[in-house]
Design a protein around this ligand. Structure first.
Ligand code: TXA
Ligand code: MG
Length: 340
């Protein structure tokens, strides 16, 4: 059951408890309703992908209460400071490098070295972020492939039954999503939105590049084409559906490893920590999604011959996990001069 609750102080306090406990809450913002989880909790972020039914891990915008808070998670540069001063709180999202020791789940970045961040201006959501005491990862609160919701009723239509609570605060003001602006290099608009190119150029006193496909107003396909194609790919070759491993390989396990062996050597239990990670000993896809990017990155650091990955059931979040792993295997084949 999804409860639709008018956003009183008591409701905000209850929503904050749910967020801290790892639950999902639909929130009002000035642009569209968002589907929020604690951005610092990978398992909570994984639930967003499960609820939206996304077959892929797209990166998610993280919402903070202030620019100071945002600066804990991303490396703000001069352009970001100037634009934050002018437009935050408000409907523009910056893509910036993740800060060193960024505490936001790597799943929110979908494995990219960057993070999308914004400070929304809606009083209910500002209060919620403050009371919860954590930043909120929140994409638009609709099923993948459908329109962004601008009323609580839209959220019920799309996600009713899939989330715990909707904080209802009437229709949103702008009705279009935030502008997504990549500030990692030449300033580039990846998604047009409530803050315009002119607004941004006036503030930066320089020209800004447009890099987006014609809007189709749904979640179909990547809306941030230029950037999204540059997904993180491990440098180490990846081998899928491993049933045992060769000496020199690292193992990314899923579920029990009782019957996994290192060929001609013995049990994988004797592998050093640098060569062994388990996405989820219990075989929990939600936990596996939460661990995927950080564990791949860890195993990629040590110059192993290959990363062997056990098979992952292709249901629920497993579809997105397998999509990501196939890309990792594909890019390592290309890097190795194999199939294209
Ligand atoms: O107005 C909004 O932005 C709403 C409210 C809830 O804040 N949120 C929203 O989120 O529209 P979503 O997930 O539906 O769209 C986020 C867009 C996607 O196109 C995503 O690909 C892009 O931002 N994005 C997120 N992180 C990115 C990153 N690190 N690099 C490039 N693009 C990114
Ligand atoms: Mg969306």
């Amino acid at each position: 059951m999804t409860r639709v609750v008018a956003a009183s102080d008591a409701a905000i306090a209850e929503a904050a408890d749910m967020i801290r406990a790892g639950g999902l809450v639909a929130i009002p913002t000035e642009t569209v309703y968002g589907l929020a989880a604690n951005a610092l909790d990978g398992k909570a972020v994984a639930k967003i992908f499960a609820a939206k039914g996304r077959p892929q891990f797209n990166p998610i915008i993280v919402h903070c209460a202030s620019a100071e808070e945002a600066a804990q998670y991303v490396a703000m540069n001069d352009m970001a400071h100037a634009l934050a001063q002018r437009f935050w709180p408000g409907p523009v999202t910056f893509i910036l490098p993740r800060a060193e020791n960024c505490a936001v789940s790597e799943l929110a970045s979908a494995g990219l070295p960057t993070l999308a961040i914004r400070v929304p201006t809606h009083p209910v959501t500002s209060k919620l972020i403050e009371v919860a005491g954590v930043p909120l990862a929140a994409p638009s609160a609709n099923m993948s492939g459908t329109l962004s919701p601008t009323t609580p009723a839209h959220v019920v239509e799309s996600l009713g039954g899939k989330i715990d609570m909707i904080l209802a605060a009437g229709p949103t003001t702008f009705g279009v999503e935030s502008t997504v602006l990549d500030l990692t290099g030449e300033p580039t608009i990846l998604r047009p939105g409530a803050v315009t190119k002119d607004d941004i150029e006036m503030t930066l006193c320089r020209s800004v590049i447009n890099d987006f496909e014609p809007r189709d107003c749904t979640d179909h396909g990547p809306k941030s084409p230029g950037q999204l194609l540059q997904h993180y790919a491990p440098r180490t070759k990846v081998r899928l559906n491993a049933v045992d491993i060769e000496p020199g390989e690292a193992l990314l396990a899923f579920g029990s490893t009782r019957f996994m062996a290192v060929r001609g050597v013995g049990s994988v239990r004797d592998l050093p920590e640098a060569a062994f990670k388990n996405l989820s000993e219990q075989g929990d896809l939600n936990e596996a999604a939460a661990n995927l990017f950080s564990m791949l990155r860890e195993l990629d650091k040590h110059g192993h011959k290959k990363i062997a990955i056990m098979s992952i059931p292709n249901t629920g979040l497993g579809v997105a996990i397998n999509d990501r792993l196939k890309r990792a295997a594909g890019s390592s084949m290309i890097a190795a001069g194999g199939k294209t």
